[in-house]
Each structure stands twice: as structure tokens, then as C-alpha cells.
Design a protein around this ligand. Structure first.
Ligand code: A2P
Length: 341
């Protein structure tokens, strides 16, 4: 565990990526006590300049010695980089906060959403995993329902933006949209099918059980974060032609009966949730409105038509922020709190 200090030296691995850039912006916006900041990426980006707190930081190549003298390393450069370098960061004395799926389901690695399970942060604070973006926004909404009514079943369909596949996917959606509107053919590099003007019921690879890896992340990570593997989670993960922010249609069955107005009160008084639910004024959570915000937005809250232990809602969040960068910085803040900052 690192020592308490006034300012902490931070390494951001994957600083040039879609999430990495948000990590830099979030550290700044939340006035995180940063001493030195090291922006790390592949050799391709060496020399690139990134803005941080009104100055420009030069990107350096990620190397084994990149973590010497640093306190906290925030990883967002994919699973294989995290698998290889997070233990090296820990050996160098860093707390490693990892955005990839590399460590999430390891038994001794805490998987944390600060509004949901902050107590999962162990004494050691070595590698700490950030959950998958689609899981984070769902569990922030499920947690207060679970605490009050005990969640038994969750049926969820996701409408996930392309930014979750990285910067190149954002470019792919732009190019394909432009080409189609100009009557030209499309090029597919990131997705197996055209993503512009289309929906793909396919995120990450297919598993033997017919679900995708993304869907199984939602199942397994929800169990780990809520500490209850008896909850039945049935997900369908869909990539949609939205640049940023994920939306999810969630149906929940609980053990105890629910009252819709009470559930709305529970949502609006829970940390990290903004209730946006005035359908009479066409007000409900929207991907375009959630962009750039750290909250999870919940709306369209409806009870079951035949049973009072069912609740349906729509939940939207910026997948690069609460789904990644913002949650990772919140975890770093939790570590500082543990140190007494
Ligand atoms: P680079 O820009 O040099 O390729 P995204 O998810 O938006 O595609 O971003 C991925 C991030 O991970 C980028 O910052 C990228 O850096 C970084 N990255 C990818 N491969 C490596 C690598 N081998 N070593 C270090 N960083 C890497």
C-alpha cells in the first residue's frame, strides 16, 4: 500500500486512447491531487502531446520501468497490456487500477463500483479492477433495488455505443455514415458488419453457451459486485450506431413487492443516480444528454402490468466516464480516503 501524501504521482497507461484521454480530463475536473503525471502509450504515440491542467504532457512509451517512483497506475490499454504490466506496476510500489477485463474475475482482486461496493476494497490495495461499462451502469441502478426488495431476476438488453470499442470504432461509424449518405460502399475493419444505420446483436466473442463474452461479463460481474450469485441475469448485448453513452432496457423481478413511486424515490435518493422521468414532457434519459456526465440516468420507471414484484426501467450513462474513466478515478479517490486523505 502506498503512503499518505499531499500529491500522488500518477501513470496513465493507454493515455492516448478514448478512455485514457477521459482519465486525464477526470483527474483534472475532480481536482485529484496529482504530483507528476506520466502519459504512457505504445511506441506509435511517443512524442504526441496531451493536454492536462492547462499544460501539454509528452506521451512516453510504456516500458517495464515506467512505474518506478509512481504511486497510482490507471490502465486502459486492453487486457493483454494489463495482464503483463499491472503486476509490474504493483512490484514497483503502485496501486494498479485496471479498466480491462484481465483481472476482474480473479478471486482476490476487488471489482469495485464506489457507489455500490466500496467495502470490497481490501487492506492491500494492489490491483483493483474496474467493471465492464455495461455492468457498471446497471449495478448502480440495481443496488438500491436489491437492498430494499432483493433482486431475483434481471432481464437486460443493451444499446451500446461504438466508443466502447475505442477511437477507431468512432472513426468507422463516421466513415461508414458519410459513405452511405454519399452512395458509396462501406469499409468494415472493427465490426464484422456495417455498424452505420444498423444494430449488431454481437459484442465481443461468442461463448460455447451461445452468449457473448460481453453478456457473460454482465452476469458474472453483477454477481461479484452485488455479492449474490443467485441473481438470475439474462442479458442481450447490442452495438448500436451511437457515438457515445450506453443505454439499457432493464426488467427486474424482486422477492418483495414494489411500489413504483417508492422505487422512483429510492432511485432519486441513491448515490450516482439521476432520475429523469417525466414522460408527459418527453423527458427520459438519452445517450446524447448523458455524454460528459458522471451520473447514471434512470427513467421510464414502470411496474409490472400483472405483478407487483416487477419493475422496468431505462438506464443511460457515458460509457467512457462512469463506465470507465470516472469510475476508475473514483476508485483512486477511495484509495486516498483509505489513506486518510
Ligand atoms: P496508441 O495510441 O499508442 O496505440 P483505444 O481503446 O481508444 O483504441 O485506446 C487504446 C490505448 O491503448 C491507446 O492509448 C493505445 O496507445 C494503447 N496501447 C495499445 N497497444 C499498446 C501497447 N502495446 N503498449 C502501450 N499502449 C498500448
Amino acid at each position: 500500500m502506498i503512503d499518505k501524501k499531499e500529491n500522488y504521482d500518477i501513470a496513465v497507461v493507454g493515455a492516448t486512447g478514448a478512455v485514457g484521454r477521459r482519465i486525464l480530463a477526470t483527474l483534472d475536473e475532480r481536482n485529484f491531487p496529482v504530483g507528476r503525471l506520466s502519459a504512457l502509450a505504445s511506441v506509435r504515440s511517443v512524442g504526441q502531446m496531451l493536454p492536462f491542467r492547462g499544460r501539454m504532457i509528452e506521451v512516453k512509451e510504456l516500458r517495464e520501468n515506467s512505474f518506478v517512483g509512481m504511486d497510482i497506475a490507471l490502465f486502459s490499454a486492453g487486457s493483454s497490456i494489463s495482464k503483463q504490466y499491472a503486476p509490474i506496476a504493483v512490484k514497483s510500489g503502485c496501486v494498479a487500477i485496471d479498466n480491462s477485463s484481465a483481472w476482474r474475475m480473479e478471486k482476490d482482486i476487488p471489482l469495485i463500483v464506489p457507489e455500490v461496493n466500496p467495502s470490497a476494497l481490501g487492506e492491500k490495495c494492489e490491483i483493483i479492477a474496474n467493471p465492464n461499462c455495461s455492468t457498471i451502469q446497471m449495478v448502480v441502478a440495481l443496488k438500491p433495488i436489491h437492498d430494499r426488495y432483493r433482486v431475483r431476476k434481471v432481464f437486460v438488453s443493451t444499446y451500446q455505443s461504438v466508443s466502447g470499442s475505442g477511437q477507431k470504432a468512432i472513426e468507422e461509424l463516421k466513415h461508414q455514415s458519410r459513405n452511405i449518405l454519399n452512395g458509396k460502399s462501406v469499409q468494415k475493419d472493427i465490426y464484422p458488419h456495417q455498424i452505420a444505420f444498423n444494430c449488431l446483436p454481437h459484442i465481443d466473442v461468442f461463448m460455447e453457451n451461445g452468449y457473448t463474452k460481453e453478456e457473460m461479463k454482465m452476469v458474472n460481474e453483477t454477481h461479484k459486485i452485488l455479492g449474490d450469485s443467485t441473481i438470475e441475469v439474462s442479458p442481450t448485448a447490442v452495438r448500436v450506431p451511437v457515438f457515445n453513452s450506453h443505454s439499457e432496457a432493464v426488467s427486474v423481478e424482486t422477492e418483495l413487492p414494489m411500489n413504483v413511486d417508492e422505487v422512483k424515490d429510492v432511485f432519486s435518493s441513491s448515490p450516482g443516480i439521476s432520475l429523469v422521468d417525466n414522460p408527459e414532457n418527453n423527458e427520459y434519459p438519452l445517450a446524447v444528454d448523458a455524454c460528459g456526465k458522471g451520473d447514471v440516468f434512470v427513467g421510464r420507471v414502470r411496474g409490472g402490468l400483472k405483478r407487483d414484484n416487477i419493475i422496468n426501467f431505462w438506464v443511460v450513462s457515458d460509457n467512457l466516464l462512469k463506465g470507465a474513466a470516472y469510475n476508475a478515478v473514483q476508485i483512486a479517490e477511495l484509495v486516498l480516503k483509505r489513506l486518510g486523505n
